[in-house]
Design a protein around this ligand. Structure first.
Ligand SMILES: NC(=O)C[C@H](N)C(=O)O
Length: 321
């Protein structure tokens, strides 16, 4: 039986074109993916254009709008899957946001492209067809939000953009893909052990993200305090350490009850309280810093933001445990 798939376009390179005179990749007035005939072979497509934005223009507010669109359609139609086309620059953030804010058993699959619609070797239609195939596959149900690109299926929690230009840009550094797509079948070989859900209806509280570096001075943190951010995520060094000056300044955050979450700027591994020296992760943990269990900085920022904006209060310590 043909399944009902809601296809939502949001923009990104997958919807763009190469302007031959200037050599720049630009927005298209007419989405080249609209009514893509090949999709009808795989599903009954209900198609809508939510936005036509490059993904650096996407904000958490757009992500919330997407969540609301899916929720509304799930009430009205017999939805069996959702596919979202998205620019790749912030695709992992939208995927993670939707993963944390939806609880449907049908698959929600994001895809994009690294080459625009009229470029040689354009990967847009190919990735879109694969995303629809995954969204209609029984194995993809109850796996959380998925990202499908370049013959691989990844979890929103793990995925990150690793190359500025390769069609193989999306990787899950710690754990690898959870499945693959061949010409004949979708093969899912992993499942997430647990998922978290946050009920958000609006996004008022703000969270900043800063990368820590050798010799970093504390004045940037002064700015975060003055600008009244509600939370801070630090992409710290190694296993979760910061220079002594930064550790000292964090005391002011604790006094002001501004939560601080630490992740590692390393590509692999999990930040945790190991070192007991000045600025070491163990000291920071004892002082009140939270760790984000292997999330990267941009996703930890969304996680803290969602927790702070939750409809019902969230205990941050349990939430980040
Ligand atoms: N490949 C892409 O989609 C990159 C583009 N700058 C975007 O995220 O919108």
């Amino acid at each position: 039986m043909t399944k009902n798939i809601l296809l939502i376009h949001t923009g990104g390179t997958i919807s763009m074109k190469l302007h031959n005179e200037s050599g720049a990749v630009i927005l298209n007035d007419e989405n080249p993916l609209k009514n893509e005939a090949m999709l009808q072979t795989y599903a009954n497509i209900i198609e809508l254009e939510a936005f036509n934005l490059p993904s650096p223009h996407i904000t958490p507010q757009h992500m919330l709008t997407l969540r609301n669109i899916i929720t509304e359609h799930a009430k009205l139609e017999q939805l069996e899957g959702v596919v979202i086309t998205h620019g790749t620059d912030t695709l992992e953030e939208t995927a993670y946001f939707l993963d944390m804010t939806t609880q449907f058993d049908f698959p929600i699959v994001l895809t994009g492209a690294m080459r625009s619609s009229n470029e040689l070797g354009a990967d847009g239609v190919y990735n879109l067809v694969e995303a629809v195939r995954v969204a209609t596959d029984e194995q993809a149900r109850n796996k959380g939000v998925l990202v499908v690109m370049n013959d691989e299926v990844h979890l929103a929690f793990n995925i990150t953009k690793t190359s500025t230009s390769s069609v193989n840009t999306f990787q899950s550094p710690q754990y690898g893909p959870i499945g693959l797509v061949t010409k004949k079948q979708v093969h899912i070989h992993h499942a997430p052990i647990h998922r978290q859900y946050v009920n958000v209806t609006s996004l008022q509280k703000r969270v900043a993200l800063l990368k820590v570096y050798a010799g970093m001075e504390a004045d940037l943190l002064d700015y975060i305090l003055q600008a009244n951010y509600d939370g801070l995520v630090l992409e710290a060094l190694g296993q979760g350490n910061v220079p002594p000056l930064i550790a000292k300044k964090l005391q002011q955050f604790f006094t002001a009850h501004i939560p601080v979450v630490l992740v590692s700027r390393c590509f692999n591994g999990i930040a945790e309280g190991v070192y007991g020296y000045d600025g070491g992760g163990k000291q920071l943990e004892d002082a009140g810093v939270l760790f984000a269990n292997g999330l990267n900085g941009q996703k930890a920022r969304l996680k803290l933001m969602l927790a702070l904006n939750a409809h019902d209060p969230v205990d941050l310590r349990t939430f980040f445990a």
